[in-house]
Design a protein around this ligand. Structure first.
Ligand SMILES: *Cc1c(COP(=O)(O)O)cnc(C)c1O
Ligand SMILES: [Zn+2]
Length: 435
């Protein structure tokens, strides 16, 4: 396996559709639908998901087959809703799972591992979801790729569309971090800033998705988009030598990624690639937009939408999360938790990760690391647990966030006036004064 080959292997046919992909199925009532750009059950309005014949997959897919393939998400082709490995596409996935001993020690978790998914082509895990969605958009012959984005999806959609030769339309809240808007513009996308919250943007996109015949990656292509997140689970299990960790800590926006990691583990166990061992799921949300953490704290399955999110953690600021209920149920059933993290804690966690491990996460990663610490404090995570924390985006996307509560102090132009500005190195300064 060489990095040169990442994502660029010739189309292989060994995963061709051999009956393993059954179609779409309603998660609520079980009704079957054919594969297409649709996402709601016509009978009960429940969410549609991709259904597989895992018995077919079990017969075809072995650890050795996976290990013989090039790096990237298509190693796990048979567990994705795609017939053959796409001939062209960005090199997504196979991000490193790195031990974080200094950070772990700081928060009382000896065996802390970080899945550094900030290393994807557009610097966030969203590339995984979009890689699957764009493949289906091409399969279905859709004219354009689009999305409603809290930020990272914008860049991921724009880049994938550029490679696929499709126009991209990206809808974002108008007050999004400028770096994320610029990122999508760079790939040639049409960016549409909408006056309102992410939920307003999403509502607008729901209305136009059916009219326009475009592939909205997280709306009418959502069943496929969501499947891309399972590759995080597959990679974590493979990196651990084909076993599952004790705890997963991950951020929750819509809840799709959080719940699909559990699904990924479940599928690996069902097809016999890992032993089915219990995994606790710990979710993190920003306190300023924490409908899932609130439901968890209240012991309720009911998600009360947050109308006006108030947090620096824009990438997680979904007030009415589509998979919120599912996420609460997973945290509860797995004996995990969902933690609400203040912006100060998020900023501190970003700084600590960068300083102790050389890993610079965006706000969602700060929430995740702070959630690991919070869950450790409340005993959901024990001192000897093997914990995998997901860093889903890169700090360069949210350049102001780590400074939250840490503004550099201006200095007078002269040595004595410098003291307040360099307070942390004050000893050196005193030494200079004594000379
Ligand atoms: C979108 C996003 C998430 C969460 O995604 P959901 O599947 O909607 O819960 C987490 N981290 C980052 C950096 C994201 O951009
Ligand atoms: Zn239904």
């Amino acid at each position: 396996m060489t990095t040169e080959l990442l994502g660029q292997a010739p189309a292989d046919t060994d995963g061709s559709d051999d009956g393993r992909i059954l179609g779409l199925r309603c998660r609520a009532c079980g009704r079957a639908e054919s594969l297409g750009p649709s996402y709601v059950c016509p009978a009960c309005f429940g969410p549609l998901e991709v259904a597989y014949d895992l018995e077919v997959v079990r017969r075809r897919l072995t650890r050795a087959t996976i290990e013989s393939r090039p790096a990237g998400i298509w190693r796990y082709l048979e567990l994705l809703p795609v017939a053959t490995r796409p001939a062209r596409g960005l090199p997504v996935g196979s991000s490193p799972l790195v031990p974080a001993p200094s950070l772990g020690r700081a928060i009382g978790i000896e065996r802390l591992l970080v899945k550094d998914d900030s290393r994807n082509p557009t610097l966030s895990f969203k590339d995984r979801a979009v890689a699957v969605a764009v493949t289906k958009a091409v399969d279905f012959g859709l004219e354009a790729l689009a999305c409603a984005s809290t930020g990272n999806l914008a860049g991921a959609t724009a880049a994938a569309a550029a490679v696929a030769g499709l126009p991209a339309y990206v809808f974002v809240p108008a007050d999004l971090e400028p770096a994320k808007i610029d990122h999508a513009l760079a790939y040639g996308a049409t960016v549409v800033p909408v006056q309102g919250t992410y939920d307003d943007v999403n509502r607008l996109c729901l209305e136009v998705a059916d009219e326009l015949g475009w592939g909205f990656v997280n709306i009418n292509l959502r069943p496929f988009y969501a499947e891309g997140s399972k590759t995080l689970a597959f990679e974590i299990a493979e990196s651990l030598g084909w076993r599952l960790p004790d705890v997963i800590v991950a951020p929750i926006a819509s809840g799709a990624m959080f719940t699909k990691i559990a699904r990924g583990f479940d599928e690996l166990a069902t097809i016999g690639l890992v032993e089915r061992t219990p995994v606790r799921f710990v979710g993190g949300q920003a306190a300023g937009c924490s409908p899932v953490a609130t439901a968890f704290a209240q012991g309720s399955a009911e998600i009360v939408p947050v109308r006006t999110p108030d947090t620096i953690v824009r990438s997680l600021a979904i007030g009415n999360p589509a998979d919120g209920r599912h996420a609460v149920e997973l945290a509860r059933a797995s004996r995990g938790s969902v933690e609400a993290i203040s912006d100060d804690e998020t900023a501190e966690a970003i700084r600590r990760s960068a300083r102790l491990e050389g890993i610079y996460p965006e706000t969602a990663g700060g929430v995740t690391l702070a959630a690991a610490e919070a869950a450790r404090r409340r005993g959901v995570i024990g001192p000897d647990d093997e914990v995998v924390a997901l860093i889903t985006g890169n700090g360069l996307k949210t350049p102001d966030a780590f400074r939250h509560g840490l503004e550099p102090r201006p200095a007078e132009p002269g040595m004595p006036g410098l003291a307040p500005a360099i307070a942390p190195s004050f000893r050196a300064f005193e030494a200079w004064l004594e000379r």
